[in-house]
Design a protein around this ligand. Structure first.
Ligand code: FRU
Length: 495
C-alpha cells in the first residue's frame, strides 16, 4: 500500500481510508457544519456503503466523527445506507436515507443524539414500503426533504430520485405530517430520455440525488427555483444538471436546463444546504479517473469538492465560487506583472506547486485564446492546459481543459473537457484555478470545470505557465501556495 500516495489531496476532504462517494446530510447545526458521506471504510470499492461523518466550524478544517450509519446485519439497509439528507424534526436531528437490500432501495429514518454523533434507526423502516404503484420505474432512491407551509398548514415534503421507463428521469413528490407516514403526490417533473441533443446535457433514464432549492436576491422567499440532479443510465454516472424554473403547488415548471459542472462525472451527486450566513453551499463528489487496481493500491479513493457558494446571475444561470474561507489556507502570495501576453507560452519560474490557488483576470479580444498550464514537468512531457477562448464574433467563449498530456500513464482518463463561457462585451475572464495533487477545480466567470490528474512524475509536475494566441491582456495574476487542511500535511491512511 502506498502510505504516502502523491495523488492524495491535502486541502480537499477525503475519507480516512477506503471508499468515499456522495456528500450526504449536508447542514449547519448549532453553528457547526456537518458533512456526511457515502463511505466504505473497509476497502476502496463501492460496497456495503456506510455514512461517514466529519464536522467543521470553518468549512476548511475537518474533524472525523464516528461512522454515523452502518448497514444492518438484517433488515431494510443490510446491503447499504445510501444517499440522503439531515432534517430538524422539532429539535431532533433526523436522517432520511435510502436503505438498500438486494435490488431494493427504500426510504429509511434514523434519529440522532444532540451532538449528531450517534444514530438510532427507526423501527418502522422503511417508511415508504414500495415505489409508486403502477409506474414502471428505472430506480428509486435519494432524498430531498423540507418543511413547507405556515401555521396549522405545515407539512413535510420529500422528493425521491427515480425514472419512468420509456419516458425519462423523474423526481417523485411525497408529503407527510410526521416523516413516518408518506402520501404519494405524483411526479414533480419528468425529463425526456429520448431527447439527446448532445451527450453533454442528456437528462438520462434516472435522476440521482435530486436537490431542490430557491435562490433570489430577496432572501430566498421570491426568486428562482433550482432543481439539481445527476443524470444516470444503466449503471453509468453521466453528469450533474439543473433545471431553473418555478416550484409551485405540486409541480415544477422548468424554464431552462443547464450543465452544472463541465467536468461531468468529476463533480457528481452534489448536495447543498443554506447556512447561517444565508449562503447556498454545495459539495459534490470528485470521482477517480484511474483504474480500480490503482485505487486498491492507494488504499483510498473519492474526493469531496471544495465547498462552493452558489448564486444566480442576471440570466438565470448558477454562478459558483469556492467559499472565501479557503483563504485561511493561503500562504506565500506571488504576483505576476500585468500587461499584454505576447508569447504563446512562458513558464512562470516563481509560481510552482501541486497545492496552489490561482486567481487571474484576462481580457480577450475577439478570436483570442489564453492558456494557463499547470502540473508541468520540466521537460513538458506531462502538462495540463486550462484554456479560455473568445469567438471571432460576439461575446461567447469556451472554457477547455486539455488533459491529453496530463499523464504518461495510459490507464488513466485523459479525455478533454469543455463548455460554454459567457463573456461580456469587454472579453473579460475571471479565472480561478485550484490545484490539490490529483484534484483540479477551475472556475471561469463562475462556470466550474472539475477534473482529476495523475501525472506519473508527480514530484516534478509542479510547473505553471501562461500564454496566448491573439490579443490578450493579463490584468492581474495572483497565486498562493495552499497549506494542508490536515494537521500533519498528508492525510494519514488508517489504520
Ligand atoms: C450517486 C449514488 C446515489 C446512491 C449512492 C450510492 O452517486 O449512486 O444514487 O444513493 O450513490 O452510494
Amino acid at each position: 500500500r502506498a502510505l504516502r500516495d502523491p495523488h492524495r489531496p491535502r486541502f480537499h476532504f477525503t475519507s480516512p481510508g477506503g471508499w468515499l462517494n456522495d456528500p450526504n446530510g449536508l447542514s449547519q447545526w448549532d453553528g457547526v457544519y456537518h458533512l456526511f458521506y457515502q463511505y466504505n471504510p473497509l476497502a476502496p470499492a463501492h460496497h456495503r456503503i456506510h455514512w461517514g461523518h466529519a464536522t467543521s466550524t470553518d468549512l476548511v478544517h475537518w474533524t472525523d466523527e464516528p461512522v454515523a450509519l452502518v448497514p444492518g446485519t438484517d433488515g431494510p439497509d443490510r446491503d447499504g445506507c445510501w444517499s440522503g439528507v439531515l432534517v430538524d424534526d422539532g429539535g431532533v436531528p433526523t436522517l432520511v436515507y435510502s436503505g438498500r437490500h438486494g435490488e431494493h432501495e427504500l426510504p429509511c429514518l434514523a434519529r440522532g443524539s444532540a451532538d449528531l454523533k450517534y444514530w438510532t434507526k427507526d423501527r418502522a423502516n422503511p417508511v415508504i414500503t414500495a415505489p409508486p404503484e403502477g409506474v414502471d420505474i428505472t430506480a428509486f432512491r435519494d432524498h430531498c426533504v423540507w418543511r413547507e407551509g405556515s401555521g396549522e398548514d405545515v407539512v413535510w415534503r420529500q422528493l425521491v430520485g427515480s425514472g419512468i421507463r420509456g419516458a425519462g428521469g423523474t423526481a417523485f413528490l411525497y408529503e407527510s405530517d410526521d416523516l413516518r407516514t408518506w402520501r404519494y403526490v405524483g411526479p414533480l417533473l419528468t425529463g425526456d430520455a429520448s431527447q439527446n441533443r448532445g451527450e453533454l446535457d442528456w437528462t438520462g433514464t434516472m435522476w440521482e440525488c435530486v436537490d431542490l432549492f430557491r435562490l433570489g436576491e430577496d432572501g430566498e422567499a421570491s426568486g428562482t427555483d433550482v432543481l439539481v440532479f445527476s443524470a444516470w443510465d444503466e449503471g453509468t454516472t453521466h453528469h450533474p444538471l439543473y433545471w431553473t424554473g418555478r416550484y409551485e403547488g405540486d409541480t415544477f415548471t422548468p424554464t431552462a436546463l443547464h450543465r452544472l459542472d463541465y467536468g461531468g462525472r468529476y463533480f457528481y451527486a452534489p448536495q447543498s444546504t443554506r447556512d447561517d450566513l444565508g449562503r447556498r453551499i454545495m459539495f459534490g463528489w470528485l470521482q477517480e479517473g484511474r483504474t480500480d487496481e490503482a485505487n486498491a493500491q492507494a488504499g483510498w479513493c473519492g474526493v469531496m469538492s471544495l465547498p462552493r457558494a452558489v448564486t444566480l446571475d442576471a440570466n438565470g444561470n448558477l454562478i459558483q465560487a469556492p467559499v472565501p474561507e479557503l483563504g485561511l489556507l493561503r500562504k506565500d502570495h506571488l504576483q505576476v506583472a500585468a500587461g499584454p501576453l505576447t508569447s504563446p507560452y512562458t513558464q512562470l519560474h516563481r509560481v510552482r506547486g501541486d497545492q496552489l490557488d490561482i486567481e487571474t483576470t484576462l481580457r480577450l479580444a475577439p478570436g483570442a485564446t489564453a492558456r494557463l498550464v499547470v502540473r508541468e514537468t520540466p521537460d513538458g512531457a506531462e502538462r495540463t492546459v486550462v484554456e479560455v477562448s473568445r469567438a471571432h464574433d460576439g461575446t461567447v467563449g469556451t472554457l477547455r481543459l486539455h488533459r491529453e498530456n496530463s499523464s504518461l500513464d495510459p490507464t488513466v482518463d485523459t479525455e478533454p473537457r469543455y463548455g460554454g463561457l459567457p463573456l461580456g462585451d469587454d472579453g473579460r475572464v475571471d479565472l480561478r484555478v485550484l490545484i490539490d495533487h490529483s484534484a483540479l477545480e477551475v472556475f471561469a466567470n463562475g462556470r466550474p470545470l472539475t477534473a482529476r490528474l495523475y501525472p506519473t512524475r508527480p514530484d516534478e509536475a509542479v510547473g505553471v505557465g501562461i500564454g496566448a494566441d491573439g490579443d490578450v491582456t493579463l490584468e492581474r495574476f495572483d497565486a498562493w501556495q495552499m497549506a494542508s487542511a490536515f494537521p500533519d500535511g498528508p492525510r494519514p491512511l488508517w489504520p
